[in-house]
Write a protein that binds this ligand. Structure first.
Ligand code: 13P
Length: 251
C-alpha cells in the first residue's frame, strides 16, 4: 500500500545547466515507470529551472531546507510559502548535514515541519544516529528523541503526507551502507514508534526512506525489506545513469 519513493538530494552540487540536463534525464527515466514516486531536490539556484523542466511530469521537486517564518528579516533564508509559490511540492527538513554544519536543532525541525504544512508543502524529515551513538548502543534512543521532538503537535491527519528519511550519519557519503537488515531493524522500530505516537493506521501509511550510500548495486536488496519504502540518495542521484537505475530498481 505504500508506493516506493525514490528521491535525489543533489546537495550543494551542479550548476544550473548541469541541473537542467539532469532534470531532463530524470524526466525521461521517470516517464518509463508508473510504480515509483520520484523526487529531486536541487539547490536553490537551480530550483526555478528544474521546476520548469519537470512541470506536469509527475516528478516532484523539493527544496533542501526552509525557514519556518513566512517572511521577514532572515537574510539568506527561504520560506515554505515562497517554495509553494515557486511550485515546489516537498521540502527536506533536518538533514544531518544541516544539523551538523548549520546548527539545526530538533526544535527547528519541528517548526519547519509545521511551516511546511502551513504552506501546503510535504516534509521529508531526516533523522539518523552517528557512528559513536550506534557503537554506544544508543541508536534507538537517539532516533526516538529526534522523531518524537520533530513531530511535536503534528496532527495525525497530516501524517500520511509526511515522509521520514532514516539516514545513519555514518553511512552518508562514506560508501558504507547500512545492511538491509540493519536498516530494516530501524525502520520497523520507527514504525512502532509512529504507532505509539499516533496509531496503527498512521504507522502503516507513513513512508520511511533509507538514505546513506544507496546505489544501483544495493537498492534492490534494501527495497525488498518490508519497512523500507524508498531511498533518499545523494551521490548516486547526481549521475543520470545511476539515478535512472535507482528509479527502475523494480524492473
Ligand atoms: P549519499 O547517498 O551520498 O550517501 O547521501 C545520502 C544523503 O545524505 C541523502 O540525503
Amino acid at each position: 500500500m505504500r508506493r516506493p519513493f525514490i528521491a535525489g538530494n543533489w546537495k550543494m552540487n551542479l550548476l544550473v545547466d548541469q541541473s537542467l540536463a539532469l532534470a531532463k534525464a530524470v524526466k525521461t527515466a521517470a516517464g518509463q515507470t508508473d510504480t515509483v514516486d520520484v523526487l529531486v531536490a536541487p539547490t536553490f539556484a537551480s530550483l526555478a529551472g528544474v521546476l520548469e523542466v519537470l512541470k506536469g511530469t509527475g516528478v516532484a521537486v523539493a527544496a533542501q531546507t526552509c525557514h519556518w517564518e513566512p517572511s521577514g528579516a532572515f537574510t539568506g533564508e527561504v520560506s515554505t510559502e515562497m517554495l509553494k509559490d515557486m511550485g515546489c511540492s516537498h521540502v527536506i527538513i533536518g538533514h544531518s548535514e544541516r544539523r551538523q554544519y548549520f546548527g539545526e536543532t530538533d526544535e527547528w525541525v519541528n517548526k519547519k515541519i509545521h511551516a511546511a504544512f502551513r504552506a501546503g508543502i510535504l516534509p521529508i524529515v531526516c533523522i539518523g544516529e552517528t557512528l559513536e551513538q550506534r557503537e554506544a548502543g544508543d541508536t534507538f534512543k537517539v532516533l526516538d528523541a529526534q522523531l518524537t521532538a520533530a513531530l511535536d503537535k503534528v496532527e495525525a491527519s497530516t501524517m500520511p503526507s509526511l515522509t521520514v528519511a532514516y539516514e545513519p550519519v555514518w553511512a552518508i557519503g562514506t560508501g558504507k551502507t547500512a545492511t538491509p537488515e540493519q536498516a530494516q531493524e530501524v525502520h520497523a522500530h520507527l514504525r512502532v514508534l509512529l504507532a505509539t505516537l499516533y496509531d496503527d493506521s498512521v504507522a502503516q501509511q507513513v513512508r520511511i526512506q533509507y538514505g546513506g550510500s544507496v546505489k544501483p548495486s544495493n537498492v534492490k536488496e534494501l527495497m525488498a525489506k518490508p519497512d523500507i519504502d524508498g531511498a533518499l540518495v545523494g551521490g548516486a542521484s547526481l549521475k543520470a545513469d545511476s539515478f535512472e537505475a535507482l528509479i527502475h530498481f523494480d524492473q
